[in-house]
Design a binder for this molecule. Structure first.
Ligand SMILES: *[C@@H]1O[C@H](CO)[C@@H](O)[C@H](O)[C@H]1NC(C)=O
Ligand SMILES: *[C@@H]1O[C@H](CO)[C@@H](O)[C@H](O)[C@H]1NC(C)=O
Ligand SMILES: *[C@@H]1O[C@H](CO)[C@@H](O)[C@H](O)[C@H]1NC(C)=O
Ligand SMILES: *[C@@H]1O[C@H](CO)[C@@H](O)[C@H](O)[C@H]1NC(C)=O
Ligand SMILES: *[C@@H]1O[C@H](CO)[C@@H](O)[C@H](O)[C@H]1NC(C)=O
Ligand SMILES: *[C@@H]1O[C@H](CO)[C@@H](O)[C@H](O)[C@H]1NC(C)=O
Ligand SMILES: *[C@@H]1O[C@H](CO)[C@@H](O)[C@H](O)[C@H]1NC(C)=O
Length: 183
């Protein structure tokens, strides 16, 4: 059964333009910060959140594995900052404290694994929980131009690794990208 399974990858990508803040923040610092909200692990503080994963076919805390894959391959220097809730993280994007936010639900790993097994027979809830939610300030040049691609490539690499570690035949499908507006 495992052998016939393909994967559909969906990112929820929201973009925020707050051009009025651009000039105000230019002088402050060149450091780019990305907000991480990861409900799969326990929250510690703004600068630290434990996020361990084990190599091989270990289907636990896959959000951490994905984050590592992503952070290890991006070209620009980005610092992670940890937030408790997606609302706080979105506010941080709005107020230019961070250039973007990534949110993993507490059920991310289970939902992703279920989705790998069920493909498009997954129920809506599974689909919803297995999505990485991304909000980016696309008015920021390196962020708007390269991060969406980097996020996708990293996700492909990440699922490729899981496929090969778990001996599942690789059948990556096209990645649908759903653009959403920030309410
Ligand atoms: C989070 O903390 C609780 C209580 O200390 C612990 O039982 C649980 O294993 C921790 N979860 C993770 C992912 O470390
Ligand atoms: C955050 O937590 C880590 C690990 O417990 C600790 O080393 C660090 O000093 C904390 N940082 C702040 C700003 O509290
Ligand atoms: C990384 O940066 C170099 C130099 O700016 C650029 O040529 C290259 O295309 C970048 N690679 C990726 C994956 O963004
Ligand atoms: C995660 O799954 C549990 C058990 O199915 C469920 O009770 C919980 O509401 C889910 N979490 C979210 C954020 O939906
Ligand atoms: C996916 O959905 C389409 C249409 O809803 C269906 O024709 C197709 O057989 C499904 N594929 C799988 C693998 O379930
Ligand atoms: C997932 O479900 C929650 C709660 O039902 C909803 O608020 C949210 O918009 C959904 N997210 C996506 C990306 O569909
Ligand atoms: C994806 O994997 C390839 C081969 O291992 C590597 O060259 C590339 O840098 C990776 N890209 C990302 C974005 O992880």
């Amino acid at each position: 059964m495992w052998k016939r399974i393909g994967i559909i990858l969906i990112f929820t990508l929201s973009t925020i333009h707050f051009k009025q803040f651009c000039l105000a923040t230019e002088d402050e610092s060149n450091e780019l910060k990305l907000a991480i909200v990861n409900h799969e692990t326990n929250y510690t503080n703004l600068t630290y959140q434990e996020c361990d994963w084990k190599p091989g076919c270990k289907l636990k805390q896959l959000s951490c594995r994905y984050l590592d894959e992503f952070m290890n391959h991006i070209n620009i220097t980005i610092t992670e900052e940890y937030y408790r809730t997606p609302e706080e993280a979105k506010d941080a994007v709005r107020t230019n404290k961070v250039v973007g936010a990534l949110y993993f639900t507490e059920n991310f790993t289970d939902a992703l694994v279920a989705r790998l097994l069920l493909g498009n027979m997954s129920d809506d809830n599974t689909i919803n929980q297995s999505e990485v939610r991304v909000w980016l300030d696309t008015s920021n040049q390196p962020v708007g131009e390269t991060l969406p691609t980097d996020l996708h490539v990293a996700f492909q690499n990440f699922t490729k690794d899981i496929h090969s570690d778990c001996n599942i035949r690789e059948e990556l499908l096209e990645i649908p990208l759903s653009l959403m507006n920030l309410d």
